[in-house]
Design a protein around this ligand. Structure first.
Ligand code: NAD
Length: 513
């Protein structure tokens, strides 16, 4: 682990000593059990983090609910100033944090840096937003009355995140929640706990330097059982959960049981439609990066290419050739394109998907396989694979979190391709490659893509901070990040003020005393 400057990065992030996994800011709690974090890059133990006990969780909730009473009355632009300082710290620590993301999660160093850049971008966005958070005014039906709506802080926001974006998803939620006047409690994925500790240390330092109380940013650690502390807790009005659809269904039901709010960012099954009017060169770059980037472990990874029959053979050949160029290996080595899967369980799922697609009648045009030998000791490195398949296959309907790309042929009009694209239970990201205006507009129309993200001449992955991010159907319906996604972190209030000496009732009702 000393290679590629990992030791230095851990030092800069203050992760060298024993790491406690539960924190209200400067206060770190000892816990009892520990989670071990092994790197998928080389299989080495990176560190251990304590898991949160129920008693510690109660201490966290006490600190968080206490902090909320002062944080919510601080003017929003002042809260924005704290987020600005946090963004500055992220700029300073971009390289070590990007490196840790790469080493603990397995994505390429470039993608690790990109993830930290997303954190910086959302901070910038939130700082500007802290001077807005605007409601509306509307006209009252009563004379001498004024009516408007405003947004108030909500309370404790619980954040449950997935392993594949171990730092960015937290910041998408926290940067907005903090400027909105909320306090946050984060449970990172049990597969990437050190990324959680590193981020919490950075945030805690900024809050402490500004003399702010414990509890505005809290961290808890452990598996789903620790997540359940929050989903079942009435003191947590909003739970923002990112992960599998399986998890989202359980979290949604648990939070709904107590009529809490949930913001769900779940699995995708993203497709690129390639029409006869597509620019093939652009298509190949978008499709290959989309399918193999982060080793196919992005929620927006390209899983299906829906190709018109007239250009099917040409596109197939170009994609297969491009796969021949891919270099698989240590993601910290910038010569490699593809790093490892997160763990050997993920490798097993990948192998199952390859067997299943063949069983269902598919044909592998780029064979997969697990890599062995020097540099691949962790057992997590696999070859990106391509299979010709039908959209109706059970395995194609399912999100396999690995680099397996399905080629699907369509004929006739683009509407047939759109039907195939929409013919899955997930609804996160979608794209069309075409220079034909009619096809592009059809794809974006009311009768077009049913996904939360629909792109033209761009692949399915790599969303920007400024737009709202999320998806429909079994992707969960939540929206995070840009546009008006901040509204879910606040409660809306309608206010009517009477500045007359009469008390006219609404709807003209007479009530004479
Ligand atoms: P996962 O569902 O296994 O775990 C996600 C998180 O949920 C973890 O922190 C886990 O501990 C927690 N969790 C699991 N069950 C829980 C329960 N019953 N109660 C409370 N918490 C619980 O997902 P993963 O393997 O870490 O991540 C991969 C999945 O995440 C993929 O499906 C991917 O598409 C999805 N994802 C979606 C988005 C998005 O924005 N839509 C972003 C990233 C990842």
């Amino acid at each position: 682990s000393t290679s590629f400057g990992i030791d230095k990065a851990l030092e800069q992030l203050e992760l060298k000593d024993i790491n406690y996994g539960t924190s209200t800011g400067s206060n770190w709690m000892p816990g009892t059990d520990q989670l071990s974090s092994y790197s998928p890059v080389d299989g080495e133990l990176i560190g251990k983090v304590t898991t949160t006990t129920k008693e510690e969780y109660e201490q966290v909730m006490k600190a968080a609910t206490d902090a909320f009473t002062s944080w919510r009355v601080m003017p929003a632009p002042k809260r924005g100033e704290i987020v600005r300082q946090f963004g500055e710290e992220l700029r300073r620590l971009k390289e070590p944090l990007g490196k840790l993301v790469s080493y603990e999660m397995g994505k390429s160093y470039q993608e690790g840096l990109g993830e930290v850049q997303e954190m910086i971008d959302i901070c910038d966005f939130a700082v500007g937003l802290s001077r807005q958070l605007h409601g509306l005014t509307m006209h009252s039906e009563r004379e001498g009355h004024r009516m408007y709506e405003q947004y108030h802080p909500l309370g404790v926001v619980g954040i449950i995140s997935a392993f594949n974006f171990p730092v960015a998803v937290w910041s998408w939620n926290t940067a907005l929640a903090w400027i909105c006047g909320d306090v946050t409690v984060w449970k990172p994925s049990e597969k990437t706990p050190l990324c959680g500790v590193a981020c919490q240390k950075i945030a805690a330092r900024v809050f402490a330097e500004n003399g702010l109380p414990e509890g505005i940013s809290c961290l808890i650690n452990g598996d789903y059982r620790v997540g359940e502390f929050m989903t079942k807790d009435k003191r947590v009005p909003l739970v923002s959960a990112t992960g599998s659809t399986r998890m989202g269904k359980i979290v949604a039901a648990t939070v709904a049981e107590r009529l809490g709010r949930s913001l769900l960012e779940l699995g995708g099954n993203n497709a690129i439609i390639v029409t006869p009017d597509a620019d093939i060169k652009m298509t190949i770059i978008g499709a290959v990066f989309g399918a193999v980037g982060t080793c196919g472990q992005r929620c927006t990874s390209t899983r299906r290419l829906i190709i018109h029959e007239d250009i099917y053979d040409q596109v197939k050949k170009a994609v297969v050739d491009a796969y021949g160029q891919l270099r698989i290996g240590n993601p910290l080595d910038q010569n490699n394109h593809v790093g490892p899967l997160i763990d050997t369980d993920a490798v097993a799922m990948y192998n199952q998907a390859l067997s299943k697609v063949v069983e269902e009648g598919g044909k592998l045009v780029v064979e997969g396989g697990v890599l062995q030998g020097q540099g691949y000791e962790s057992g997590c490195y696999v070859k990106p694979a391509i299979a010709e398949a039908s959209n109706s296959f059970e395995i194609v309907q399912h999100e396999t979190f690995a680099p397996v790309l399905y080629l699907i042929k369509y004929s006739g009009d683009v509407t047939n391709a759109i039907d195939i694209q929409n013919g899955v239970v997930q609804g996160l990201s979608s794209a069309i490659m075409t220079n034909n205006l009619r096809e592009a507009e059809r794809f974006l129309s009311h009768a077009g893509s049913d996904c939360g993200i629909a792109n033209v001449n761009i692949g399915t992955s790599g969303a920007e901070i400024g737009g709202a991010f999320g998806g429909e159907k079994e992707t969960g319906g939540g929206r995070e990040s840009g546009s008006d996604a901040w509204k879910i972190y606040m409660r809306r209030q309608t206010n009517t003020i009477n500045y007359t000496t009469d008390l006219p009732l609404a709807q003209g009702i007479k009530f004479d005393l």
